[in-house]
Design a protein around this ligand. Structure first.
Ligand code: PLP
Length: 840
């Protein structure tokens, strides 16, 4: 045990025999001694377990509480500062925040990793073991939720005042297990061990109405008013989590709302003797924030999802107005000067109608004043062009649930369509296309239209996506308001996805170009001058090799499959979806299998194909694709003719926690979606930053990745978006590609005849049939180009030094894909939010 140099008479000795830090330091001291004392303190006063029964989980919780203590002063100072200075604050409304484990990230951002490691070592614990105790708060499906989390990290690091608003789902995204090669969903009970990061604020509660009808009345001044008489009332209570910036005092807030029954309702029933009805009401109310819906579900439990969206939106807006009116008694007219509210996709877009309702019905503003404030306050980020993913609500469901909002939407629509008619006289087709009320499939509310009409800016998430948005789904709106449209290409945080996930590379970068890259990722360019240094290239490869060994160990522990870290690691991890085309990657594996079986002496550079990702529980084809991967894997991995150079892994339960192991270990990043379908992608950026080469289509941010990396450092294949549209317009016939490509025919025949399913010809038939007869995402049209490009990848891999140079250049040129760049663009072009440094 090291001696405490700063030891004072107040020091005491804890139950582990370690010295406690000087009084006052236990909650804020940043030294190893202070941290050790703090952990010991929390073990007694928060965990309340004697030394004999302490487990690593207890240490995890104690250390987390100690770390949270250290953020708390910064958190209060940050909030107090923006309240006092009344500067502009960004509110990021998102139905999902996929935060990932918090402890490691908070230690990193506070700059106390080494101190924590030492403190735990003094207590006989290993920080890595303790970090591994933290579970995944799975409050998101994938890219969209993770983007929100990366943006919170960047907003705090760039010292921009901000609040993330979302839902505290009791059950996050399901946990994926495999049974006989099929996906099995298990509930994710992430709160069962408690959550040391959040602080509940039961006093910050807001009322949420639902259902019922509206009534009109005349107020005391004789003005016509509307009152919403709800059928049900519940409330939302807030749970706040600190979001610590890197290397700064700024500590922002993530507020997640949890649904509760309203006591008065329960009491009413209780008084009339119906205790069980009261409890029932409570159960029903609390289901609102019970579970996260998996996306890509054909037809989910729509009504509850609408309630979830309205629930978190109204709580967030009420909170914003509440804070606004408290802040030096700002007038409501100052709302757009003090708040920028960003809608992360259409999930929170009911906010447009809700803010109107609050301003008009609750705060008695005129329509015109309310509408002006609303439009100037909101910005809308679109995340998809897929028609099936554009949210609409059947009018009947919407009107029953939110009768007042439906009235407001009709009024917004009437005024808006009047403008359209004025601008485009006689163009009634256009009026129909732009209406907030769709007639497509029975009457419905079009949420993307509501968000667009109610926001002063609309942005896509990659250059190509933003262009397509203006040319397709929002074309009419672009023609009406070209000035509203812009682009902010997505980014990812280099703190989590480089410094934290890839400590080996972090050390090499610090040694080579200095540590400034972590907040200025453009500095990675400095690596270019080391490309021709053989010793540096060797170190580069050593780092990658160590990361591959680390992943191999995890793969072995979770799947039993042994991997050789000298093989190429070829990785596709993301949600399973036909447009992302995991099945195209499988077709390539089967092509290699076929070549090896027909030509046993063939030399193929050894590769392991690694897949990971969840399929929405109701998405039939996606679940079959998982079955295809596991079937091909079982065959390949156990066949000595092929397993000398091919292996296939399906890594179960891909999430942020295991993503830390995956991205840094990849040699090849598969970004092979049908051109025009992936809005941006962010996985592609995480791979690039960590030195993987990309094989990809000209889709989403791949276009910009290739621009930055240089065409010679990117493996491009496939149809362009324009060509995809042309092929479809001319009548796509997938069978013609099978007829003209014997290898493709052989590959599909192998699946069809049951080669990978012990002769069962039924289980994978839906995939083959779908490909041959429909192939909605043109996998067969891109097959030849893809497989030929993969042969090029194999040749490049054999030239080790050339590969290393390409890998280094990819990392060196990845600076654009930092979420810091993206957040600066949002702040400058959309939010008008500047930095505010926080003094303690
Ligand atoms: C980054 C990330 C995604 C998004 O991946 P894409 O390849 O962009 O679809 C999904 N899930 C997790 C856990 C991630 O970290």
């Amino acid at each position: 045990m090291t001696d405490v140099v700063t030891s004072t008479p107040e020091d005491s000795t804890d139950h582990n025999g370690a010295h406690l830090a000087p009084t006052g330091q236990t909650r804020s001291g940043m030294t190893a001694d202070a941290l050790r004392a703090a952990v010991s303190d929390h073990l007694i006063y928060s965990i309340a377990r004697p030394p004999a029964v302490l487990t690593p989980e207890h240490y995890y919780k104690a250390l987390s509480l100690a770390v949270r203590d250290r953020m708390q002063k910064r958190w209060m100072a940050t909030t107090q500062d923006w309240l006092d200075l009344s500067c502009k604050v960004t509110c990021y409304l998102s139905a999902e925040f996929l935060m990932g484990p918090q402890l490691g990230n908070n230690l990193l951002n506070l700059g106390i990793e080494a101190q924590a490691r030492q403190a735990l070592a003094d207590l006989g614990q290993d920080l890595d073991v303790i970090l591994d105790c933290e579970g995944e708060p799975g409050l998101g499906n994938g890219g969209l939720g993770r983007l929100a989390a990366c943006y919170l990290d960047s907003m705090a690091t760039l010292e921009r005042p901000s609040i993330g608003y979302g839902i505290r789902y009791e059950f996050g995204i399901f946990k994926q297990e495999l049974a006989d090669g099929w996906q099995v969903e298990k509930t994710d009970n992430w709160l069962v061990h408690g959550n040391p990061w959040e602080i509940d604020k039961p006093d910050a509660a807001y009322t949420v109405n639902w259902g019922g009808h509206t009534e009109t009345y005349e107020d005391v001044t004789g003005r016509f008013r509307v009152r919403w008489v709800p059928q049900r009332v519940l409330k939302g209570v807030s749970y706040d989590t600190p979001v610590q910036g890197y290397g700064v005092n700024t500590c922002n807030t993530l507020t997640l709302w949890s649904a509760r029954a309203v006591e008065s309702f329960a009491l009413d029933a209780f008084n009339t003797g119906d205790f069980y009805k009261a409890v029932d009401e409570e159960v029903v109310s609390e289901t609102v924030s019970k579970v996260l819906y998996p996306n890509d579900e054909p037809e989910a439990g729509k009504r509850l999802r609408l309630l979830q969206q309205y629930f978190f939106v109204t709580c967030s807006l009420q909170d914003i107005l509440n804070i606004h009116l408290q802040r030096a008694h700002l007038p409501l007219s100052a709302l757009p000067d003090k708040w920028a509210i960003q809608l992360n996709d259409t999930h929170p877009s009911i906010a447009v109608a809700e803010l109107m309702r609050l301003l008009i019905d609750e705060y008695q503003l005129s329509w015109d004043a309310a509408w002006d404030l609303t439009v100037r306050t909101f910005g809308y980020t679109n995340h998809t062009l897929l028609p099936e993913a554009l949210e609409t609500w059947p009018l009947r469901i919407f009107g029953e649930a939110l009768p007042r909002h439906l009235e407001l939407i009709y009024e917004i629509n009437e005024r808006f369509l009047e403008q359209v008619r004025e601008r485009f006289p006689g163009d009634e087709d256009r009026v129909g296309r732009m209406s907030l009320i769709g007639e497509d499939d029975g009457k419905c509310v079009r949420m993307a239209h509501l968000a667009t009409v109610g926001s002063h800016t609309v942005n896509g998430v990659a250059a190509l996506h933003s262009e397509l948005l203006k040319a397709s789904v929002l074309k009419d709106f672009y023609e009406m308001w070209p000035e509203r449209f812009g682009n902010v290409t997505n980014g990812v945080t280099p703190r989590r996805f480089l410094a934290l996930a890839n400590p080996g590379l972090r050390e090499l970068l610090d040694d080579t170009i200095g540590p400034g890259w972590i907040t200025d990722l453009g500095r990675l360019r400095g690596l270019e001058s080391f490309v021709d240094d053989p010793a540096f290239r060797q170190r580069w490869r050593d780092v990658k090799r160590a990361n591959k060994s680390r992943l191999a160990e995890y793969v072995h522990a979770t799947t039993g499959i042994e991997l050789d870290p000298t093989w190429m690691f070829d990785v596709q991890v993301k949600r399973i979806h036909e447009y992302k085309r995991q099945h195209l990657m499988v077709l390539h594996i089967i092509a290699l299998y076929h070549r090896l079986k027909t030509n046993p002496g063939l030399s193929v550079p050894p590769r392991v194909f690694i897949f990971g990702g969840k399929a929405a529980p109701g998405y039939f084809m996606a679940k079959r694709i998982i079955r295809l991967i596991t079937a091909v894997g079982a065959t390949v991995n156990n066949d000595p003719d092929v397993n000398r150079c091919l292996k296939v892994v399906f890594l179960p339960n891909f999430n942020v926690k295991n993503a830390h192991l995956v991205y840094p270990a990849a040699n090849l990043s598969e970004q092979i979606s049908t051109a025009g379908k992936e809005a941006s992608g962010t996985g592609n950026m995480k791979f690039m930053i960590n030195g993987a080469l990309t094989i990809g289509t000209l889709d989403g941010a791949n276009v910009e990745i290739r621009q930055e990396a240089g065409a010679e450092n990117f493996f491009l294949f496939g149809l362009t978006e324009g060509q995809v549209e042309k092929v479809k317009a001319e009548g796509y016939r997938p069978l013609s590609y099978v007829e003209s490509d014997p290898e493709l025919a052989a590959v599909l025949e192998l699946i069809a005849r049951g080669e990978f399913t012990h002769g069962d010809t039924e289980v994978l038939r839906p995939i083959v049939d779908n490909l041959i007869h429909h192939d909605p995402f043109l996998a067969l049209a891109d097959y030849r180009s893809y497989v030929d490009c993969q042969d090029e990848v194999s040749r490049a891999w054999l030239d080790r030094d050339t590969w290393s140079r390409m890998s280094i250049r990819n990392t060196a040129r990845s600076g654009k894909f930092s979420s810091d760049r993206a957040i600066k663009e949002y702040c400058d072009e959309i939010w008008g939010v500047g930095p505010m440094s926080v003094d303690l």
